[in-house]
Design a protein around this ligand. Structure first.
Ligand code: KG4
Ligand code: ZN
Length: 345
């Protein structure tokens, strides 16, 4: 799609699909003027995972403050904003509703256009922010707490899912394994850190391949293998080296994500490959993907870690391209917890 830009478009973006209340001001889809994130992690840590009811309530408490701060940091008022973009799915319904209601209220009161954005399309679009040269087509691995998808971005707003997880998402596996070895929530960053002290080849955990669906992922077998290993050690009185478990588990996840991605990239002859989502902030995964892309002569793109985990700047990036394609939502916009990728219009 040819984006013909008549003037600068400034978007106020809102994200509240899980446990981050976030607002950002983004110009022309790629320039972040502010990116405010209020994380609820400390609150959910007490329960070992996100508690939906608590998440919704905390979003209500924080949303106005976060939006005000985003405008203030960008040195703007609502008069300077051209459109309001908001995540309306997928995610936790109660959490999504808070952002959607806030965005609708602002859009209604200011008579500005409302653009509903798909959360995963937001994650993918995080890559546009720091890579001003990145244009579709490209292949993107989205690995987050709820998704593990290999997506072909054929054009702005045109997505084709090549592979997906059959069970657990990669981030979910990180969180479950972290809990099993007593690291707490959220597991990803903790395993990432502990794995640096361990031997990634100490324990041979399985790398799942799905018969007849080589592009799909499966992480539940790996998760069970780790749990079985821990049980076995406990029963036999063997002391567990947690760093080795973390490193070996992480190695198995990275192996699968990297090899699948490169196989698909080769088959489709892609020249550009990007990663996105919370797991994309994993330091070892980033290193391995970079190396693999180099070997395959593919240009590698990745957002900074702060733009990999949930934020509103990525929603502003995706929202801009949706806005430019004429996407507008009405006052009947609702939260759609299981919104499918490419179905946000
Ligand atoms: O994208 P995200 O912030 O939220 C969702 O849309 O799900 O992803 C959160 C997930 C969590 O499962 C978290 O454990 C994982 O991303 N994560 C990581 C790292 N940082 C966050 N996984 C591995 N290594 C990390 N450094
Ligand atoms: Zn996310």
């Amino acid at each position: 799609m040819e984006i013909t830009q008549k003037r600068e478009i400034t978007i106020l973006a809102i994200e509240s699909s899980c446990d981050e209340t976030a607002a950002a001001v983004v110009r022309n889809g790629r320039e972040v003027l502010s990116n405010i994130i209020s994380s609820q992690i400390e609150l959910h840590k007490l329960f070992g995972g996100v508690v939906p009811e608590i998440a919704s309530r905390k979003h209500i408490e924080k949303i106005n403050q976060v939006i005000e701060e985003a405008l203030k940091t960008a040195e703007m008022t609502l008069d300077d904003i051209d459109a309001i973009a908001v995540t309306y799915g997928p995610g936790l319904v109660g959490a999504l509703l808070v952002g959607v209601a806030a965005a609708k209220a602002i859009a209604y009161a200011t008579k500005k256009p409302l653009v509903g954005v798909h959360h995963i399309e937001g994650h993918i679009s995080a890559n546009y922010i720091e890579h001003k040269d990145l244009e579709p087509p490209f292949l993107c691995l989205v690995a987050s707490g709820g998704h593990s998808h290999l997506v072909m971005v054929n054009d702005y707003g045109s997505y084709q899912i090549i592979g997906r997880t059959r069970d657990d998402a990669a981030g979910e596996a990180f969180d479950k394994v972290a809990r099993a070895i007593g690291l707490g929530y959220p597991g990803g960053p903790k395993i990432d850190k502990l794995a640096k002290e361990g031997n990634p080849h100490a324990i041979e955990f399985p790398r799942a391949k799905i018969a007849g669906a080589p592009d799909d992922f499966s992480f539940s077998g790996l998760k069970s293998a780790v749990l079985n290993y821990l049980n076995h050690c406990e029963m036999k009185g063997i002391e567990v080296n947690k760093a080795d478990v973390a490193a070996s588990f992480q190695e198995a996840v990275i192996d699968v994500l990297t090899s699948h991605s490169m196989e698909v990239a080769k088959r489709y002859g892609v020249k550009k490959f990007a990663i996105a989502g919370g797991v994309a902030s994993n330091s070892s995964l980033r290193g391995r993907m970079e190396q693999a892309c180099k070997e395959h002569n593919i240009t590698f793109y990745h957002p900074s870690p702060i733009l990999c985990t949930d934020n509103a700047a990525m929603i502003g990036a995706a929202g801009y391209y949706d806005y430019m394609r004429g996407i507008r939502h009405g006052w009947d916009l609702n939260a759609v917890p299981n919104l499918k990728i490419g179905e946000s219009k």
